[in-house]
Design a protein around this ligand. Sequence first.
Ligand SMILES: C[S@@+](CC[C@H](N)C(=O)[O-])C[C@H]1O[C@@H](n2cnc3c(N)ncnc32)[C@H](O)[C@@H]1O
Length: 419
Amino acid sequence: MWEKAANPGASMTSLSPHLPGFAPQVSAFCTELAGFREFGSATVCGEFGGVPVFENEFWTAKQREGHSLQEVSYRACFKPSLPGFFIKRFTKPGDAVYDPFMGRGTTLIEAALLGRRPVGNDANPLCIVLTAPRLAPPAQDEIEKRVREIPLDAAADAPDDLHVFYHPDTLREIAALRAWFIARRESGAFDAVDAWIQMVATNRLTGHSVGYFSVYTLPPNQATSVVAQRKINAKRDQTPPRRDVRAIILKKSRNLLKDPMPDTPMLPGSLYTGSAASTPGIAGSSVALIVTSPPFLDIVQYKTDNWLRAWFCGIALDGVDVWEFRKLPDWSAAMRGAFAEFLRVLRPGGLMAFEVGEVRKGTVRLEEEVVRIGHAAGFTPECVLINTQDFTKTSNCWGITNNERGTNSNRIVVLRKPE
Ligand SMILES: C[S@@+](CC[C@H](N)C(=O)[O-])C[C@H]1O[C@@H](n2cnc3c(N)ncnc32)[C@H](O)[C@@H]1O
């Protein structure tokens, strides 16, 4: 159906038997992708099961990362340009855009900045802490006033082990800040300004520069264990330096708020904590577009990586059912359940962009599994879009050391709910 010779020699998905009962259709979107040349290279076209596959640089690493509000780290987050690409093409202002595995809320923030109505869900309660405050950001002067009011010298408990990350005075301030949020919640006084400060402080807990509360450690989206940090300290011959908790929070707040906000106020978000496979709070046929990225196979341990953030926010992750599958059949079974729910919440004709990244050095093609699962669930597979990028400095959210060179790809299956 598509010209495979756009880039002779390039290896693409081989021809495979058509999905049962699948009748390929040429959509305007596919035509656009096939002829896409915005960043210089031509699209490589292939197909899988009769579904067209397009590979190119559809959004570029050379573009800036996105709005400053997006600059919050989280494991395996995608870049704002990914949801932006689909939101701009497939929705109008006021439409609901949903991410059932929202993470740090990249899709929701992008949707809100573009005047769409953000809807999000994640099994990890931390995701609401990270996302909600940025959908209703307070003014910098309100943040400054509150940060100065919080009694950081108040006595509060903290596990002794945490001295492996923090200078004793810094840890005292972190513990006082944590106790402030807990007390404000208990008294019903916790407000949008507290929520903002909690989100920023959560992000500043650990990292590898002076902009974080901790001594040098792993990138900020990934807290290492106390035992491993002891080894890092010994190897680097380091002891945690004193950090100015207030100054770090204020600086990061200024950075997050530095880009202009949209002219029209952002629409309020609807955010849920729970399984993507069961979202009774979201009305049937209410969503125009889903842009999402599920947990991949055995790549990220969301609970382990977030243990320190969860402690700081008073969240118990033990009983939280975060999907961490090692075997493809288990992953597929979970996704089948979730896809039935996605079909329910999407409006007829609505689209889902489902991103699966590269798994086990490309030996497992999750995107092909997603095509099969989507088709069996009742979606019409429209295409697979593979965005390839060279990079010199990776964002921390991919968990790769800064200043390395390499490539990565986003593998996105585009599925439509039939009219
Ligand atoms: C790849 S990350 C999503 C990152 C997101 N796209 C972003 O930019 O931050 C996958 C997310 O799925 C969440 N998750 C895992 N199991 C889940 C489940 N059963 N239901 C909903 N969310 C789940 C994890 O907590 C994690 O935040």
